[in-house]
Ligand binder design. Structure first.
Ligand code: ATP
Ligand code: MG
Length: 548
């Protein structure tokens, strides 16, 4: 259960509604379609869409497609899919920054006419040099004093494709001495001869993020525009542009981004992993992407509960990834049907059991949810148990199988180990056991105490499955803070593939089906059919691993 936690933005909205400043709440989630969404985006999505839901308002899904070279329609579809999967809906409010390119261009012309923007021909290096450092005044570029007519002419020629990339930019004319470098005549339009997925070759100049974003928010009537803390220093520019143009002014609020231990969230770095085949695509179950987590078996309910618990604050922090896993485990514990799977098989022959007999046992799908029903599991003379459930010389408090001790096969019989069969090197090959025929269902007929219960799969009916065991992708607790290349911290053991034997019903599991393999962990059927056997991804263990 997640406890309600602080969300300072909701406090602001409560005040705005009470004072009548706003009568409705309009938010937006503005991804740039240059990569897949990750768990950090989930925090923003839960805030943007969750806020709109809470106040009966609306949240726009707006693709911030102002940079034609990095963007791709593959990402657009994936983003829509992931937002829906998380449980949110934008209704008819799907927007594209590129739909406003004409309006944005007009706004830029308007700024020039007001004497509030000018064309500048400084190189990138000179631009930075003139801008200077916060505690010293910047230098004014020559273009700053150009006439309005000249600026209008140059800007139009920029639009008409007369100049090469990088030759000119349009800059807002604000204050070259501002202590905030973002206010030192920031670039608002740049030349980029590139085809755009939406507008084709219509434009060869594109608005900069800071110019575009506030206009998008304003045009759409957004009331509360939430973004991460690094945009706090951009807010004066956001306000300046809208105020100077006399446009409706949404308010921007900044919150701390989500950082997770052992996790990187920069799309650029995630793309690097994909491109260099260091993972198997964006939806590799080790990735912190929403599609990776989905494939791993995480549920949207768990992710939303996690986002609620971490809350929304203005303080940067590093959240323990174990908290996310805790919510995944919590949710799966409620919904995942139980199954038996043996991941490290040891054969057991029940010598007292008839050779050609098969019995079927009904086992509950969930120990305390009878409404989830039962399934039938076949039992026969030869079964597999987990190798670690047997100890030839049992340690103290080891209540599982050992020579001469009795253990319960979950839902089947009580068995006692009578003989350990070894190969020439002393490796245990097989166990012989006897069973108590009176203990059908696993209950001692005389009420005698049998402490240990283990899981099993009938050898003849069990199905081979590929089981993918995942560990952390990175070995550094805070990879973003490490010097050097983050790829030095890739965990070489982040994926271990083994073959297990699973109960026969699992042969027909569909991709995405989630199970608890009893006594082992939570697993999710994978979509990969190339192995010619069912494939299961380990989602998360049954308990939090002891920290190393
Ligand atoms: P990245 O740094 O991974 O490329 P981004 O901020 O460039 O992320 P966008 O597509 O621009 O990615 O982000 C869309 C929205 O998601 C923005 O409002 C952004 O602030 C938010 N967002 C991105 N990363 C996080 C995070 N780690 N925590 C919370 N919100 C985030
Ligand atoms: Mg971005």
């Amino acid at each position: 259960m997640s406890t309600p936690s602080s969300n300072f933005i909701h406090d602001i909205i409560d005040t705005d509604l009470a004072s009548g400043k706003h009568t409705e709440v309009v938010t937006r989630f503005p991804p740039e379609p240059n990569g897949y969404l990750h768990i950090g985006h989930a925090k923003a999505i839960c805030l943007d869409f969750g806020t709109a839901l809470k106040y009966g308002g609306r949240c726009h899904l707006r693709f911030d497609d102002t940079n034609p070279t990095a963007e791709d329609t593959e990402y657009v579809e994936a983003i829509e899919n992931d937002v829906r999967w998380l449980g949110f809906d934008w209704g008819k409010h799907l927007y594209w920054a590129s739909d406003y390119f004409d309006r944005m261009y007009e706004c830029a012309v308007e700024l020039i006419k007001l004497g509030k923007a000018y064309v500048c021909d400084l190189s990138v290096d000179a631009f930075k040099e003139y801008r200077g450092v916060p505690h010293l005044p910047g230098k004014e570029p020559a273009g700053r004093s150009r006439s309005i007519e000249e600026n209008l002419d140059l800007f139009e020629r920029m639009k008409n494709g007369e100049f090469a990339d990088g030759t000119y930019v349009l800059r807002a004319r604000i204050d070259m001495n501002s202590p905030n470098l973002h206010m030192r005549d920031p670039a608002i339009y740049r030349i980029k001869h590139a085809s755009h997925h939406n507008t084709g070759d219509k434009w060869c100049l594109y608005p900069m993020y800071d110019f575009a974003h506030c206009l998008e928010d304003s045009i759409e009537g957004v009331t509360h525009s939430m973004c991460t803390l690094e945009f706090e220093v951009h807010r004066p520019l956001y306000d300046w542009i809208l105020e100077t143009l006399g446009l409706y002014q949404p308010r921007q609020y900044e919150f701390a981004r989500l950082n997770l231990t052992y996790t990187i969230m920069s799309k650029r770095k995630l793309l690097e992993l994909v491109k260099e085949n260091l993972v198997n695509g964006w939806d590799d179950p080790r990735m912190p992407t929403l599609c990776g987590m989905r494939r791993r078996g995480y549920t949207p309910e768990a992710i939303r509960a996690f986002c609620t618990e971490i809350g929304v604050t203005k303080t940067e922090s590093l959240t323990d990834v174990a908290l996310l896993e805790h919510h995944v485990r919590n949710d799966l514990n409620e919904i995942a049907p139980r199954r038996m799977a043996v991941l490290d098989p040891l054969k057991v022959v029940i010598t007292s059991y008839p050779e050609v007999q098969t019995e079927e046992f009904e086992l509950p799908n969930h120990p305390n949810k009878p409404e989830m029903g039962v399934r039938t599991v076949p039992f026969a003379r030869e079964i597999y148990i987990e190798r670690e459930d047997f100890m030839e010389e049992p340690a103290k408090k080891f209540f599982r199988l050992a020579p001469g001790t009795e253990v319960r096969l979950r839902g089947a019989y009580l068995i006692t180990c009578t003989e350990v069969i070894k190969d020439a090197n002393g490796n245990i090959m097989e166990l012989h056991c006897s069973h108590d025929p009176e203990s059908r269902g696993g209950n001692a007929p005389d009420g005698r105490k049998v402490k240990g219960t283990i899981h099993w799969v009938a050898a003849q009916y069990g199905v081979e499955a590929e089981v993918r065991l995942y560990d952390r992708l990175l070995t550094s607790e805070n990879p973003a803070a490490e010097e050097g290349d983050f790829k030095e911290y890739l965990n070489p053991d982040s994926l271990k593939v083994i073959t297990g034997i699973v109960e026969p019903g699992l042969a027909t599991a569909k991709a995405g089906d989630k199970f608890q393999f009893e006594r082992i962990g939570y697993f999710c059927a994978d979509l990969d059919t190339s192995a010619n056997k069912p494939v299961f991804n380990r989602t998360v263990g049954l308990r939090e691993a002891a920290s190393k």
